[in-house]
Each structure stands twice: as structure tokens, then as C-alpha cells.
Design a protein around this ligand. Structure first.
Ligand code: EPU
Length: 338
């Protein structure tokens, strides 16, 4: 199936529910359709371009004067198997949490801690989604897609994807140049559970013995208690990344604020909790017009209805400024602002 339209409303294509329009919108269900689309009319390669999944990590500040590609490729299929693993190829258009549910139902381990994360499978590797001690890069084998510059379908093996905390080659060097059409995951037949993060183990124990299902149920319960449902209240999950700083900066902060949460990060660095910084700067639950900081999780900005992208962005600027003044730490947006 292919669909092309002009002046296309994006309201249903971003979880903030911002009412913006795209000049051109192209949706397809087969990777080959992308190849045909870009080779039949070369001028498409000159357009400003965005690849959009469910729009759960994007904020449109204005109408988008370019081309939006929505690769809505379906399908979940086993491509390989050995004693310990299944390799499963999943179309970019599948909903991430439905795939997690599928794996839990078939007793395939590796992504149960990533339950209830909004978005599509194709978007998962882009920002290397992570939660409760797991990141998707740990189970990705290959990412397949269409390379607009090379004009061909190609693939990246996991060690070529430059995965890092909420980052990958698809978010940096290949941003809007490579359209992910499917992802191959390696899942465990005999999973080792990862319950170390925060209150997860306690929550799982309340439900019985640890299984993929009890872990999924526990994660869903924790997430639902803190994070607003995108179907009820416009938001895009964590608006900012947790800042990664030098150990000396974290040490100095600890001297002034002894409760500051700090986590070990790669290369001797330290990760701070942006939610804590925003909360301590007094923003939790603060609302201005239709925009606000969620009352249970300060990392999440919400659209109470009718907010423009610009209003949400301006609000986030004020938060950034205030955290910088109070703690000397610069917050970096996790959400893609267009
Ligand atoms: N905290 C506060 N106030 C708040 C929020 C958090 O003081 O309003 C404190 C907590 O008490 C805790 C620390 O900050 O000490 C960390 O909080 P939490 O464990 O809830 O996780 P987070 O750092 O706020 C990250 C991810 C989430 C992910 C959770 C669980 C980022 C940017 N966010 O949040 O991911 O679900 O850990 O693993 O890394 C997302 O990316 O959209 C997302 C929701």
C-alpha cells in the first residue's frame, strides 16, 4: 500500500497532539516502494525530509515545509534459530509494545523491561530506547532500510549502529538519510532476568515468581503510575536526556545537594537524573496555559489540550534556563524539535 498526500495534518502523527501540517506526506508498507518513490522522481531527494514512526519523540514547532516519510512496514517473522536464541525480523511499522507482548507470550526474553514504551519498532533503534536497566541495542542484530543518498536498500549490523545512551548512527550521521524498514532482534529462549533497576524486583515479587509476564506486568504498573498515557494526555515521554557529566561536577553537586541521585556512566562519567534536577528547581506540576510539567514525573512535558509546538518549546527553554542557573548543568532535549 502506498499513500501520498499534500498539506497533510500531523495531529494524529505526533503524541504531543500538536496541530501542524506537512507539505508532503508519503506512507508505504513495502521497502521497495521507497526505492520506486525516490528513483522515479529524483527531486524528492532535494526536499527537507523527516522519517516519522508514531511520532512519540517529536515536537513540531511549525508546519513542516517538506516531505514526511512514514514507513509503515508490517510483519513479525522468525529468520533464524539455534539452541538458545530466535532471530526475529520485525517491520518498522509494528507497534513496539505489541511486539514486546508477542515476545512475552512466546516466552522470548530480552525486551520485557521495555514494556509500554510508546512508538514503532522502526523508531526503537534510532534513539536506542531504554528503561529499567535494559536498552534495545542489547538485542538488536541488524537494522535494515533504504539509503536515500546511495539509492539502495541496505543494512547495518549492531556494531555499525554506534549505539550509545539514547543515541545511534540513525539519530546522528544517518539522520533522515536512512529510512529504517525492519529490525532483526536476537531473543533468548532461556532468559536471564534483569531486575536490578530501582523498585522493579520488589514490584515483580509482589506478583509472584519472576517470569517474563510478571516482569512485563510490573514494568507496566510502574510506568503507568508515573508516566501519562499518550492517548489521554499529549506528551513524548522524557523531554530531556539524563545529563552525563564529568565526575568532578557530580562531586561538587553532591557537596551542595546531598540527595542528588548519581549513576555510573561509561568512560568515568556520571549520569544525573534530569527529573530530579527539574523537580528540585520547582517545576514539577507547574502549568502555564495548555503546557505543563507532569505532576508525577518532572521529565515529562504535557499538552493539556491545544498547546502549540512553540509554546511547549518555549516552556522547555525556561526549564533549561532555570536548571542551568540552579545547578550549572545544561539539559539536552531528548525529543526531536522540528
Ligand atoms: N526523580 C525525581 N523527580 C521526578 C522524577 C525523577 O526526583 O519528578 C528522581 C527519582 O526519584 C530517581 C531519579 O530521579 O531518583 C531517576 O528517576 P527514574 O528512575 O524515574 O528514571 P528517570 O531518570 O526519570 C529514565 C528514562 C525513562 C525510563 C526510566 C526507567 C531517560 C531520559 N529517561 O527516567 O525513559 O522509563 O529511566 O528506566 O533516560 C523516556 O525515555 O521517554 C523514558 C520515559
Amino acid at each position: 500500500m502506498i499513500r501520498f498526500s499534500e498539506n497533510h495534518s500531523l495531529k494524529a502523527h505526533n503524541t504531543f497532539g500538536v496541530d501542524a501540517k506537512a507539505k508532503y506526506f508519503f506512507e508505504c508498507t513495502d521497502p521497495v516502494d521507497l526505492q520506486v518513490f525516490f528513483t522515479e522522481n529524483k527531486s524528492w531527494r532535494e526536499e527537507r525530509l523527516i522519517v516519522l514512526g508514531e511520532g512519540s519523540n517529536i515536537l513540531f514547532l511549525n508546519d513542516f515545509d517538506g516531505l514526511i516519510i512514514h514507513p509503515n512496514v508490517p510483519g513479525i517473522k522468525t529468520v533464524n534459530e539455534d539452541r538458545n536464541n530466535y532471530w526475529i525480523e520485525v517491520g518498522a511499522g509494528e507497534i513496539w509494545d505489541e511486539f514486546v507482548e508477542f515476545c512475552v507470550n512466546y516466552n522470548l526474553g530480552g525486551i520485557e523491561n521495555l514494556s509500554l514504551i510508546p512508538g514503532t519498532v522502526g523508531a526503537a533503534p534510532v534513539q536506542n530506547i531504554g528503561a529499567y536497566g535494559q536498552e534495545v541495542c542489547n538485542v538488536v542484530e541488524k537494522v535494515k532500510g533504504y539509503d536515500i543518498e546511495k539509492q539502495q536498500l541496505s543494512e547495518y549490523k549492531v556494531d555499525e549502529c554506534r549505539f550509545a545512551y539514547r543515541d545511534s548512527i540513525f539519530k546522528s550521521y544517518l539522520k533522515n538519510k536512512f529510512i529504517i524498514t525492519s529490525v532483526i532482534f536476537r531473543l533468548e529462549k532461556f532468559p536471564e532476568f534483569n531486575l536490578k533497576y530501582g523498585q522493579l524486583e520488589q514490584k515483580v515479587n509482589e506478583k509472584g515468581a519472576p517470569t517474563l509476564q510478571t516482569i512485563r506486568d510490573a514494568v507496566i504498573e510502574i510506568r503507568s503510575s508515573k508516566l501519562p498515557d499518550v492517548n489521554k494526555l499529549g506528551n513524548a515521554g522524557s523531554f530531556f536526556k539524563n545529563p552525563v557529566v564529568d565526575a568532578e561536577i557530580a562531586e561538587k553537586l553532591k557537596q551542595s545537594f546531598d540527595t542528588v541521585p548519581v549513576y555510573v556512566a561509561p568512560n568515568g562519567k556520571v549520569k544525573l537524573a534530569a527529573g530530579w534536577l527539574i523537580d528540585q528547581a520547582g517545576w514539577k506540576g507547574v502549568r502555564k496555559g495548555a503546557v505543563g510539567v507532569h505532576e508525577d514525573q518532572a521529565l515529562v512535558l504535557v499538552n493539556y489540550g491545544g498547546a502549540t509546538g512553540k509554546e511547549i518549546f518555549d516552556f522547555s527553554e525556561k526549564i533549561k534556563q532555570s536548571v542551568l542557573e540552579k545547578f550549572g548543568v545544561e539539559l539536552i532535549r531528548e525529543v526531536n524539535c522540528i
